[in-house]
Design a protein around this ligand. Structure first.
Ligand code: TYC
Length: 103
């Protein structure tokens, strides 16, 4: 018999309640100026999409106003969004990303 009594394994395997959502969406926003090819290249470079998926995602943003590019732990999502925006600014494009809790 252990000191947890009959709770046994349940005591040591129970997950603590999370204070923050664990996953965050990186959302790309539409604008009127960023070239379509540039957006496709970003989706391939930063989100590891193949050309077909990158093209479809770019068109979803273009037509719906936004699309989810990926879901990551918070720090990775924020880093990716910042890298995308920095890259766009280096090329004088107004492309914007948002990070939002996934659940
Ligand atoms: N709307 C842009 C254009 O017509 C293309 C575009 C797509 C811009 C996706 C941003 O996140 C974006 N050139």
């Amino acid at each position: 018999e252990n000191e947890d009594g009959d709770l046994g394994l349940a005591t040591v395997t129970a997950k603590p309640q999370l204070k923050q959502p664990s996953l965050y969406k990186v959302i790309m926003l539409n604008d009127d100026y960023t070239p379509m090819d540039f957006v496709i290249e970003i989706l391939m470079q930063f989100f590891y999409m193949d050309m077909e998926r990158a093209s479809a995602t770019m068109l979803a943003v273009h037509h719906q106003g936004y699309a989810v590019c990926g879901v990551y732990p918070k720090d990775i999502a924020e880093t990716k969004a910042a890298q995308v925006v920095d890259h766009a600014r280096e090329h004088q494009h107004p492309l914007m990303c948002q990070v939002e809790a996934a659940e």
